[in-house]
Design a protein around this ligand. Sequence first.
Ligand code: DGJ
Length: 749
Amino acid sequence: MGIWFHKEEQLFQIITPNTEYCIQIADQRYVGHVYYGKRLEDPRCGYLLRTGEQPFTPSVNQREKGMFMDNFPFEYPTYGVGDYRESCLNVRTKKGYRGCELAYEDYRILENKPGLPGLPATFGKGQTLEIRCKDSVIGLAVILRYSIFDDSDAIIRSVSLENESQQPLYVEKVLSACLDMDAEEFELLTLNGSWARERCMERSPLSYGKHGVSSVRGESSHQEHPFLAVMERRGDQDRGQVYAMNFVYSGNFLAQAEKSQFNSLRMVMGIHPEGFEWVLEPGGCFTAPEIVCVYSNQGLGGMSHIFHDLYRNHLIRSPYLHTKRPVLINNWEATYFDFDSDKLLSIAKEAKKSGIEMLVMDDGWFGHRNHDDSSLGDWQVNEEKLKGGLKSLVDNVRAEGLLFGIWFEPEMISPDSKLYNDHPDWAFQLPGREGTLSRAQYVLDLSRQEVVDYAYESVASILRSADISYVKWDMNRQLSDVGSLYLDSTRQGECFHRYVLGVYQLQERLLQEFPDLLLENCSGGGARFDPGMLYYSPQIWCSDDMDPVERLTIQEGTALIYPLGTIGAHVCDCPNHTTGRTTPFATRGHVALAGTFGYELDITRISKEDREQIPGQIQLYHKYQPLIREGDYYRIGSWRETNRYDCWQVVSKDQKEALITYVQVLAEPNYHSRKLYLKGLNPQAEYRLEIEDKDALEKKSAQGKGYAACLLQLDGQVYSGRLLMQGGLLVQRMDGDFQSLLFHLVQNS
Ligand code: DGJ
């Protein structure tokens, strides 16, 4: 693997362990996309650009250049000069003219993977190809960047713009990557949703025209996700070609696939151009965030493995990445705003008895915040609630033997706050227009350094004041009225991006000052679950919906791209606060185990029967967390598709161990057992099966439930990997909806 330039063929070859990406300089100036897919290892592939067939190649037939522009597979298409498909770049000159055309200038191959200024970026031992192009009419240089790592099949792309002219240039659009290819029989795969139902997978036909997802909400959003894949129509978890892109960014995005008149397909991704404009001063440089490109010919499962390993090995920096996170209990659904230090201490005491390791104090500990309509920005402890102050509470919790974590929402400002009273100009706003409230709050203008500094000090001074191990960083509204009283009129289009840069700066500073802090990002549930935030926090709150049945779909969509160890998941109380559904405590635990695992309930008030299950669940967490965190994830069955059950599996990298979680969502009448076709095992190896929560099954068996007796018989059985994968594991139908089982396979030595 590596990156090469073949001079004779004018061909760049980027080879990863299993894939290859080829680029050619065509007609001596156009940077064309030749190939992306399984390894070819043949630099004679340049004919795939079809320039030989083209009577319209500009050097041959300048008269028909337009036909060339609208058909050629560009690595980085530009607006305004004859390519009518979606462009990646649109620049306006001082005189107001738009239009840009890039000519190849030169290249370099770096023996490393550079970081990106102020932005999250993948890192590690790798190589990078930089192709430099130029529009000499307007004096704009464009650097296209492609990076690879020795141990990954992902290709990381980004773009930098440099103004080499004497005039400012106005960048109206700068996407980060384009992928032009032939439109085979592809379908589109996206992740869509809303609050409490984030990242649900959706496959749709890819017809002519433009299709995609986007956000102009100032964050990656609950609604759509900065991910897009095209996959073979007959492809599934294990089979078929998939091309995917994921944006390492947490703000507005555009992700689009376009099938054109000539049956070509163009995938693009980058910062959404709506509301965006960046002033590039002479000598100035703008770098667009990274895109992770993945090709898999082993279906969605193959794609997921590439993303998971890339993010674990080359994106998440936290010292907690490869360690067990403390089992936490969060008081949000336990108390909402109605708590004081006595209440928190009573939760901590009870939690300790069950083996819980950290208490997290959620929203409502500062200012006069007894509801969600005040005090954001006033990060002073409410001593009516926390008698004796924060340090005293933290010390008491620590004395109980628990760690302490705290909630913040540093990007926001409540109109009902001292901060707003003192600095109304610190909120984003459109002068003369009444601001749009959402959850009764405005958004701080983080394009302004003094505001970033204030937000930073608010959080940091609290962290300096007590022994705090964990921060939940929340963000509870999407951006609107995005205008800055600080930026001048030419720079209002920079607000959205500067806001995101402000968030990144804040979190970077926090990690520099508090390197041992465990940071969990959150945004009204999972509205900012994206690779950008993972660069700062090893885990992200996945959704406010903790109903285990809803979580099956949400966590399946999230795990399509992100490793299970990043997925914030808690056991909640019932009836569930979002859906009103009642589910077994054991099932809530099994589903939360496929994430960071913790509790969000009033442990002093739940039933004795539920409380007594907590120590056992925590034992399961300690037993399986390393496997869940580090292993390969396989999807066996999806509730979305089966309408009956859900099942996933995690296999250790050495294939010696596996954990299978099975959820029978609905009990079916007159049916006995189901075969689960396992994956990723060593076909030759023998595995001993262990079934978890045997006590519960034994109780059922003693009550005469035949299915429980049958399931118990599986315990201790030895199967070959081949048998379990080809023949399947036989699972009995259980009584009742929402039942779940955990199977552990350990290779016989
Ligand atoms: C939204 C989060 O997702 C919840 O977990 C909780 O922290 C609330 N915000 C608090 O306002």
